[in-house]
Design a protein around this ligand. Sequence first.
Ligand code: GUN
Length: 291
Amino acid sequence: MPAKIIDGTAVARAMRADLEPQIAELKERGVTPGLTVVLVGQHPASQVYVRMKGKACEEAGLRSDTIRLAETTPESELLALIDRLNADPCVHGILVQLPLPRQISTHRVLHRILPGKDVDGFHPENVGKVAAGDPTGFRPATPYGVQQLLVRSGVETRGAHAVIVGRSNIVGRPMASLLLQDGPGGNATVTVCHSRTRDLPSVTRLADILVAAMGKPRFVTADMIRPGAVVIDVGVNRVDDPRKKKGYRLVGDVDFEPALGVASAITPVPGGVGPMTITMLLYNTVQAARQ
Ligand code: GUN
């Protein structure tokens, strides 16, 4: 039987509806949750993501601002902007889109954002809180979205062996923290693999839940998946396709079609994790406004 397709778009829609009463309640108290996104440069995928984040905020009734800075912006200018946003009471969430141009230190920028406005969950204070299971910490949107997708799709994480491929600060590492925690969507046994993992397929084949987040198009092939495993594909990769108007199409980190015959459930790309990421950013912005 082919794998069940986990519909991230539908789950995200339901979760956005669940958030509406919280937003209405804040507005009744005179608070409109506001997110400011900062984009430095012209990175093509980042431009798309930033537009989608702004649109999602507006649709949800949140205040949304996007500040676009030139590729050559000095670090000092970006830090001064963050200081202004930190001090602005109308700005509840600040997100600096990554990657940043080379002249800017990502660490210095992420450390400058007030932890209470760090809706990305990348500030060390939030990383620490999430690792320690403190619910006041902001959970990074992508792994938070994966966790919610598992919970809402009825995938049992408790006692399951979750294997994460990729150790990025944006996905792999916080994903491990969340799956390890006590509570719904947690209590998994977690293995994190990366580019130096010896005999990767022998490890991925142990997974009840396999999270592919290494950013390599169709890297996870069917032979790397244990029959019946749940496969979560976090990858969003552009591959050339002359049949498409844009000249490319999006594929995940999993070789989707063959994987369908092995997995019990799988997320598609697009329409899997992506819509959940943006939804969890809305949740974090509302959490920031409430806190
Ligand atoms: N670039 C890719 N994913 C993300 C994300 O979740 N947050 C930010 N700030 N930049 C990103």
